[in-house]
Design a protein around this ligand. Sequence first.
Ligand code: ANZ
Length: 809
Amino acid sequence: MSKYPYTVIEKKWQAYWEQNKTFRAVEDASVPEDKRLFVLDMFPYPSGAGLHVGHPEGYTATDIWCRFKRHNGYNVLHPMGFDSFGLPAENYALKTGTPPRVTTEANIENFRRQIKSLGFSYDWDRQISTHDASYYHWTQWIFLQLYKKGLAYEAMMPINWCPQDMTGLANEEVVDGKCDRCGTPVERRNLRQWVLKITAYGDALEDDLALIDWPEGIKAMQRNWIGRSEGANVTFAVDGTDKTLQIYTTRPDTLFGVTYMVLAPDHPLVDSVTTAAQRASVEAYQKQARLKSDLERTDLAKEKTGVFTGAYAVNPANGAKVPIWIGDYVLANYGFGAIMAVPAHDERDWAFAKTFGLPVIEVIAPEGKPTADGLKACYTGPGKAVNSGEFSGWESEAFKKAITGWLEEKGIGKKAVNYKLRDWIFSRQRYWGEPIPVVHCPKDGIVPLREDQLPLLLPEVKSYHPTGTGESPLAAIDSWVNTTCPHCGGPAKRETNTMPQWAGSCWYYLRYIDPQNTQAFADPAKLAYWMPVDLYVGGAEHAVLHLLYSRFWHKVLYDLGLVNTEEPFQKLVNQGMILGENGQKMSKSLGNVINPDEIVGEYGADTLRAYEMFMGPLQDAKPWNTNGVAGVNRFLNRIWRAAEDLKFTDTAPTKEQLKILHKTIKKVTVDTENMNFNTAISAMMIFVNEITGLSELPKSVWKTFVVLLSPFVPHLAEELWAMAGGSPSVSQTPWPVWDEALTVDDEVEMVFQINGKIRSKLVVPAGLAAEEMEKLARTDKRITELTAGKEIVKIITVPNKLVNIVVKG
Ligand code: ANZ
């Protein structure tokens, strides 16, 4: 079978679009607001491996949608860029000595070539790279705004340290106790850090999820990560001392069931409350606990460990004395790092009490009566209070409020909200990132650079080796480190930590709006024109990293009056993963990786685009299938042959031709709008089947079909359009509108009979099933009247003709 000349066609139209800047986005004030669209792809990290077939999946989807919207009169901003700071380029530099800038820029060139070969309608004049000084100038500038607002601070704190990458990691970058990137188990280290106060935005980040149209799964992940819970802070006295112990609980209704207390091993009170007899075992336990990760410590399946301090606390509700233990299932950095333990109603406490033979007191009973034989298992649900003094008999929820009020009155407790979200560890002890624009001055302390001193350029270094001491390779460049204080002018030292990989992607969508601006990160009028991002498409793996961080930065910018929307991304769609032919995740080691360049070489870009959309619903995971690629390619070849073989006439279309055309317009339009691209392609395949074998076709029908094709296979469509005498570009042709009347099937007049006599008539669509015909007959007004009170013995239906109802009496 001859192949259509895709290589020639694709090069030709890509050159045309580039020369004519067909997809340039301009802030045209005459376009009404609801016709301005900002459609964003998650920009790629330009890795050495080049483009993966997963990239064009999302990129093709947004491209089809953008092209479709342009045909429909929208002004569309659709940009592309590169997330180009990051560890792989630096690790490569360590191995080969090639500077990260060189590697990164070569990779960007390769990515750009690959992406361009697929004919996406990006406005390439807006390309950005996060490692460009003209870009990170503004990343640093935003950091300064965070600093000035008190949202960036320096702290000594125990952090996650990856011994392999020799850098600190954010909590979000630690998965199952391991470095998200290299899989090395993470250690804890006490290091000087830059930290961003994302916790100040915990409520806004949670509440405003209600404002955005995102997949529920991603919203749920963000909610869990923020982990807002409501409960009470309660103060317990330490028996026989003037010391008090604060705890946070989500279940103040279980206060009467407290049988012991647990402090995190390094809780500040441990030292002073521990009795002499217990000191040695307490210290030994503390030492051991420091070696464990949070994950190991809180794992429900692991046996609980702990040691008694020898001290007792007094339950403020009933005066009961309960032992104070230390145990590593209590985390130092959540709530107060101390808990009241209620083994009857908390799984972790139950396990601990069982291990150490501590008492269990039931205080919440599902039926309102204590379980006769004491508890056999922990009960964590709501119920009625029992064994709770004057509160016995109360429902849990009401009891929570009442006891919290009671504690408040006595001044020993209050209502409280807590978050799992921690502040964001923002510094990395590595080279290839944005320098943090502050100096350390012996006189003035931390001093931010003046805005006119930005960008603070990343200097060239001789060695990319992390020092491993917790300092970045920048610390070794004396000429860079030694500087003057922007405040007093005296000698000062530069901050040598760099920003994490996530910094650049926190705000890149804003820079696309005004990428060349040297006075501001973007012109406010342009921001107002395009924001928010109307559609954002990318993988779901960024649920609590990029997608949470960028929401945080955006909210800060909003509060500073620098952006005009509360949320950056109005609608989010997650593309499903493209798996290898064998149904497994594509990976080099499994040898199932498909290289997009090869598909483009063998079948052309249009085939790759249409195939990836035809594989199945965009959001689903789906395995690659080489036969499927060939099938889609045959479809495009058939279109090409039709264009060559058919005689296009200037005659008016027949009714039949109009019907198939209008049905196709309707299906393609509705499905494309809803991003159901696979079924839109099926509809076009049906159209092609219908016209196959014809010797001639009115040109108007053909040209309309070519417009429908154009968002999906734009190169082929441009060529067909030109062949049919259309003037380029087809992408600027208005989208066809269907005539509803032409999309319904033929109609027939149906007669309804009673005992063989015609009693009523109705015009209905042709081809109704017998049951549908029967239903129409039975609900017909005349028929209902005439059959009222009579017994129906039989109903006879003749398709497309009649329904005869046989009645008795
Ligand atoms: C008593 C109690 C009784 C609790 C009960 C639960 C059930 P969430 O919902 O995840 O926010 N807690 C408080 N601080 C802790 C810490 N630093 N480390 C480990 N656990 C801690 O969890 C709140 C609950 O987790 C709190 O409510 C506390 O146990 C525990 F039937 O207090 B609860």
